[in-house]
Design a protein around this ligand. Sequence first.
Ligand code: ME8
Length: 642
Amino acid sequence: MAKTFYVTTPIYYPSGKLHIGNTYTTVLCDMLRRYKEMRGYDTYYLTGMDEHGKKIETVAEERNLPPSEHVDEIAEQTRALWDRMQISYDDFIRTTEKRHKTVVQKIFEQLLEQGDIYLGTYEGHYCMHCEAFFTESQLGEGATCPDCGRETSKLKEESYFLRLSKYEKQLLKFIEDNPDFITPESRRNEVLEFIRQGLNDLSVSRTTFDWGIKVISNPKHVVYVWIDALSNYLSALGYLTDDDSLYKKYWHGDEVVHVVGKDILRFHAIYWPIMLMALDVPITFRLHAHGFYMMKEGKMSKSKGGVIYPDTLMERYGLDELRYFLLRELPYGGDGVFTPETFVERINYDLANDFGNLLNRTVSMINKYFDGKVTAFSKEGTDYDASLRETCEQTIKEYTENIEELKVAEAIRSVWKLISRTNKYIDETTPWILGKDDSRRAELENVLYHLSESLRFIGVLLRPILLDASESLFRQLGIPQKLRGFDTLEFGTLDAVETVSKPSPLFPRLDVEEEVEKLQRIIRGDDAEESEESDEEKATIEDFVKLDVRVARVVDSKAHPNADKLLVLQVDIGGEQRQIVAGIAKHYDSKELIDKHVAVIANLEPVTLRGEKSEGMLLAGSNDDELEVLTLDGLNPGDKIQ
Ligand code: ME8
């Protein structure tokens, strides 16, 4: 039976558009999955969204949407992005799904019954953004959050706690006994050091908001978002349900890998294993925490160093180019930097020159000298032949070892060493000179055969990384399907090569100056069309006509009882009174709009926002600082706007 391989990404927060950082983790897991599949494993790839918590509730509120609508929208966009990027996931879990919620509730109740979770009171500082409590000694300057630097607030509330302290020694021993459990080693050391300082029990419920999974036995509490989120790795496999066959197969299978960024190492290296110990579920996973993609100016963020989105790069340069850059440029154990210069250079030097040209020259020479067909293989051969063969064999070894250790950039580098060696082989064997001498045809054919066989190795090793280019290489050299597998990588297996009549370049060369400038503009946000809206669909007139936009007179208005940013308006839309909740309280005081004639969308499905019904949407213009409600005082309530 085939060995199993279960790989997971973190489940991302639906708080904004995913940038190349989140994309990195997803592409890395995709690559690992494709590699393992090529090695004959039975694989399962899980990704998804982490949709609960105060932070998401707030983002939805700012958009004037109920959280469920907000998360539905982002989940759909995210899936569409992964589909466009050919991410080979098997399941996309959302923590708002029933299948997940039920499992989280069962886990919580079980731990409660066992006494691993207990009810207590929390007193301390709370960071709303990170949804985490901190003790005085953990706080930054001015009582700020040690993780994000934002202000914290003092809080005292009833809370459930998970007994981390009870499992501290067991966890320490587990990590010490399993040196490969956390990689890279530097991250493992960070975790060990943290545990050795002693673990406080963890607050695992909240009562200050309710966008979360309710504790069944005490529904005024919702489960802490991290306990909720971490459980996805099991809930997606049907753990604690009637059909737990995936759980049995993959969690109890041969290899399980959680890939995460360094920012969420502690949650996965401490809370998650302790939850599993308490549940008596074996810790079968290994944890890999990679570094971050940064911008030249620092962290990737809209307001600071700029952001770069995967769609922008994919649409302008291609999927393989994006995958190659992401996987190649982030060093093992460290951070990587996205700069327009390195991005363009990697495409021009590595992909177009080194790799693309090698294929192009080989196909052209086979066409020119042998009408596209080459068969010979001389076992004796020259020293150059032997050296090329040796590099091919050595490359497989290096590549495999590196990937198994999740040193992906290094694995790619080893393929490029083979590419360089093969280019050098052309210089050494000088086929253009052999081609001038009829008596050396056998020698020439042998050279071209060696080049083709080396390219076949390169194509197979790059299959998990460059999806289109590897296919194109096989097609251009006429390599049959059955010789594209990892297990066929023995030099000389290829019987014959039959090339296409006209080679097509794998990667077009870019104009460095033009593209660097273009990317700089995109990062700065000057090219809004490319950076932000490139994936937005155009609306049709029919879409617009569907909206019933009307003039409405504001009859009354008051502050929302549960939300600072919202006003609750009573409006008259021509003989009919409606209530509308609008996110304008920061810009208008509650009575300011009374008697104004405003524009509202009148045919939206009613929603409830923080407990108040909203039967329409107010139209307003805004930028980062200002917001102005559209007024049409010359028209009458009920008049149509079109
Ligand atoms: O933390 N470079 O979700 P999240 C590389 N919901 N990777 C990056 C990155 C960057 N600049 N920025 C983000 C959460 N990432 C939780 C996870 S899991 C049970 C719950 C990647 O949307 C990296 O993998 O904030 C990081 O760990 C993850 O996105 C954080 O995504």
